[in-house]
Design a protein around this ligand. Structure first.
Ligand code: HEC
Length: 137
């Protein structure tokens, strides 16, 4: 990889290689730090919140409520055993799921997600894999 001056004693060659490796590592680490820090701060920080809010109004608010309040009595299933839409604010339990699960839930819909995990459950949550792109979700 590096052209080293010919005729250097082995020890000196090794020392130069070590210095170069250390230098390279330092450069790589410095370059990778800022993005890493950003993700550590919040993995959703780079997402477009304004677009998300209007997508929510168009696609989700009819069930989950214009103010994320969900449907009344969301813990009680209806006659068909289907649960009403839960709130997405702090009174619900959406916040305790990780982002991957919430993404899958929205993309696949409740029933398909449960089925993929071997559970046969009815869900009133439709999938959005056709109407929304992964980025929009
Ligand atoms: C037709 C009504 C309806 C629409 C529209 C809808 N949902 Fe839902 N959603 C539900 C219901 C009902 C549940 C309850 C889950 C269940 O019984 O499987 C739910 C559950 C969820 C959950 C799981 C929440 C939890 O706390 O476990 C997420 C996440 C979710 N919806 C996101 C969305 C998003 C994002 C949109 C818009 C892109 C959306 N939903 C649109 C009815 C809807």
């Amino acid at each position: 990889m590096f052209k080293l001056p010919r005729g250097l004693p082995d020890q000196e060659t090794e020392l130069t290689m070590r210095k170069l490796t250390a230098l390279l590592l330092a450069i790589i680490l410095t370059l990778s730090m800022p993005t890493h820090d950003l993700q550590a701060a919040h993995e959703l920080e780079v997402r477009d919140i304004v677009a998300g809010a209007s997508l929510y109004r168009e696609n989700c608010a009819s069930c989950h409520g214009a103010n994320l309040e969900g449907q009344p009595n969301w813990r009680t299933p209806n006659q068909e055993g289907v649960l009403p839409a839960p709130p997405h604010d702090e009174t619900g339990h959406t916040w305790h799921h990780d982002n991957q699960l919430l993404f899958d839930y929205t993309k696949m819909g409740g029933q398909a997600l449960f089925a993929s995990r071997g559970m046969d459950l009815k869900s009133g949550m439709p999938g959005f894999s056709v109407s929304l792109s992964d980025d929009e979700i």
